[in-house]
Design a protein around this ligand. Structure first.
Ligand SMILES: Cc1ncc(COP(=O)(O)O)c(C=O)c1O
Length: 404
C-alpha cells in the first residue's frame, strides 16, 4: 500500500494533503522519497523560518537532549527562563506564559483577559477581533477566528466576541463605546484571511482608542513573529506597545512552542492553579527557541532575512510589471506575501500544481491567493529560479486564454 493510501486509511482527513512523502529537509529544500527536491516556500505554514536541518539548531537540540527531555513545571526550567527573559528584552517589560501551540497561546490570553477584567473593571467583557481573522481552532480560540468555514457551529465558550473591519476606526470606537469589551486582538498582517497588512496608522490609532477606553491592546504575532515581517515582531514597525503579544510557530524552530508576553501589571494575574499545561514549555522546544533567537539576533538572521525579503519583493514587483496585468497585486510584508492573479480558483490551483511539478512548494489561501511564507534564509538564486518558473507558468496561463 502506498503512503497515500495508508494516510487515507488511518489518519483523519482534517487537511487536504499533497501526495508527497517527505524523506528529508535540507536547507530551504524538502526532498521526497523519490529524491525529488522542492524549494519550500511556505515553511510548514510559517514554522521553519531558518529552513530545514539548520546545523546550529540541530547542535543545540542535541545538547539539550543529552541533559533532559522533560522535567515538568514542578522544577525550574533553565532554558524556559532564559528564553522568557530574552523575549521580554526584545519586546515589552512583563512576564511570559509558555504553551505548546498558537491556539493554546490564544486560550491563555482569553483567560488572562478574563482575570484582568474581573480585577480591574468588571463592567467590561468580551474581545474585539477583525473580520477574516484567524486565531486558532480550539473551542475557545475558534470564536475569535472569523472565517465562516472554520467557525461553523461548534459549541462556543461563553464570552462575547465582536467583529469589526480592518482600518475602520469609527466602527471600532463605536464597538468600544456600545459593547465595553475588555480587549482588542489583531494580527498585524492577517494571514490565512488573505495576507492583509494592517497599516501602521490603523495600529497606532487603534492602540490610542484602547488607551482612551481602557481596553487591552493585544497582538497575535503567531504567524508574523520571529522576524517574518522584518523586525522580531511585526508590531515593531510601529510605535505601539501591546499589552499582550502572542507567539508560536517560528519560535520553536520546528518543535511545538507557543505562548504570550503580558505587560507588567498583567503578568501577575495568574496564580498557581489558574492556568497551566504539562509541557509548557518542553525543554527541547525552549532550547530551540533560544537557538532561533541566537541565529536571529546574534548571528545576523534578522538582517539577512530583511535583505532576502527585499530582493524577493523587488523581483516579484518587477514580474508584476512584466505580467501584463496577470498579477494584479502583491501584498503582505517581509517574508509573508500574497500574490493575486487575474484567475479563478481552478487556475490558481493548477498554477500551484504546476509550480510543484517544477519543484516549488507554494500555498494557496482564500481560494485564489498564492501564499508565500518563505524561510528568512531564502537565497537570491532561489528567488530567481522561483520567479522564472512563475513567469513561465503565467505565460502558459496567458496562452491558454482562460483568465476570468
Ligand atoms: C495568526 C494565527 N493565530 C493562531 C494560529 C493557531 O496556531 P496553531 O495552529 O499553532 O494552534 C495560527 C495558525 O495558523 C495563526 O496563523
Amino acid at each position: 500500500m502506498s503512503w497515500s493510501s495508508l494516510d487515507q486509511e488511518y489518519l483523519m482527513h482534517t487537511y487536504q494533503r499533497l501526495p508527497i512523502a517527505i524523506e528529508k529537509g535540507e536547507g530551504n529544500y524538502l526532498i521526497d522519497e523519490e529524491g525529488t527536491s522542492y524549494l519550500d516556500l511556505f515553511t510548514g505554514l510559517a514554522v521553519n523560518i531558518l529552513g530545514h536541518s539548520h546545523p546550529y539548531l540541530l547542535r543545540k537540540l542535541e545538547e539539550q537532549a543529552h541533559q533532559f527531555l522533560h522535567i515538568s513545571n514542578v522544577f525550574l526550567n533553565k532554558p524556559a527562563i532564559t528564553l522568557a527573559q530574552r523575549l521580554i528584552d526584545q519586546s515589552v517589560q512583563g512576564k511570559v506564559f509558555f504553551a505548546n501551540s498558537g491556539a493554546e497561546a490564544v486560550e491563555a490570553s482569553v483567560k488572562l483577559i478574563h482575570q484582568w477584567k474581573k480585577q480591574h473593571d468588571n463592567t467590561k467583557n468580551g474581545i474585539v477581533v477583525l473580520e477574516n481573522s484567524f486565531h486558532g481552532r480550539t473551542l475557545g480560540s475558534i470564536q475569535l477566528t472569523r472565517q465562516a468555514g472554520i467557525y461553523q457551529d461548534f459549541p462556543a465558550a461563553d464570552y462575547p466576541v465582536y467583529e469589526t473591519q480592518a482600518h475602520d476606526l469609527e466602527s471600532l470606537e463605536a464597538v468600544f463605546q456600545e459593547k465595553k469589551p475588555a480587549a482588542l486582538l489583531m494580527e498585524p498582517v492577517l494571514g490565512s484571511g488573505g495576507i492583509m497588512p494592517l497599516s501602521e496608522m490603523f495600529l497606532e490609532e487603534a492602540e490610542k482608542l484602547c488607551r482612551q477606553y481602557g481596553v487591552l491592546f493585544c497582538v497575535d504575532e503567531i504567524q508574523t513573529g520571529m522576524g517574518r515581517t522584518g523586525p522580531l515582531f511585526a508590531y515593531q514597525h510601529t510605535n505601539v506597545e501591546p499589552d499582550i503579544i502572542l507567539f508560536a510557530k517560528g519560535i520553536g524552530g520546528g518543535l511545538p512552542l507557543g505562548g504570550l508576553i503580558a505587560k507588567a501589571g498583567l503578568g501577575n494575574l495568574f496564580q498557581p492553579g489558574d492556568h497551566g499545561t504539562t509541557f509548557g514549555p518542553n525543554p527541547l522546544s525552549a532550547a530551540l527557541g533560544n537557538a532561533v533567537l541566537d541565529v536571529l539576533l546574534d548571528q545576523g538572521g534578522l538582517e539577512n532575512g530583511r535583505d532576502h525579503a527585499n530582493y524577493l519583493w523587488s523581483q516579484l514587483e518587477y514580474l508584476k510589471v512584466r505580467s501584463g496585468g496577470k498579477i494584479t497585486e502583491i501584498r503582505g510584508r517581509g517574508m509573508m506575501l500574497g500574490i493575486l492573479l487575474k484567475a479563478g480558483e481552478g487556475e490558481v490551483k493548477n498554477m500551484q500544481q504546476q509550480l510543484l511539478r517544477r519543484g516549488f512548494m507554494v500555498n494557496v489561501t482564500q481560494g485564489t491567493i498564492i501564499r508565500l511564507l518563505p524561510p528568512l534564509t531564502l537565497k537570491k538564486q532561489e528567488t530567481d529560479s522561483f520567479v522564472q518558473a512563475l513567469e513561465e507558468e503565467l505565460t502558459i496561463m496567458n496562452e491558454a486564454g482562460e483568465p476570468e
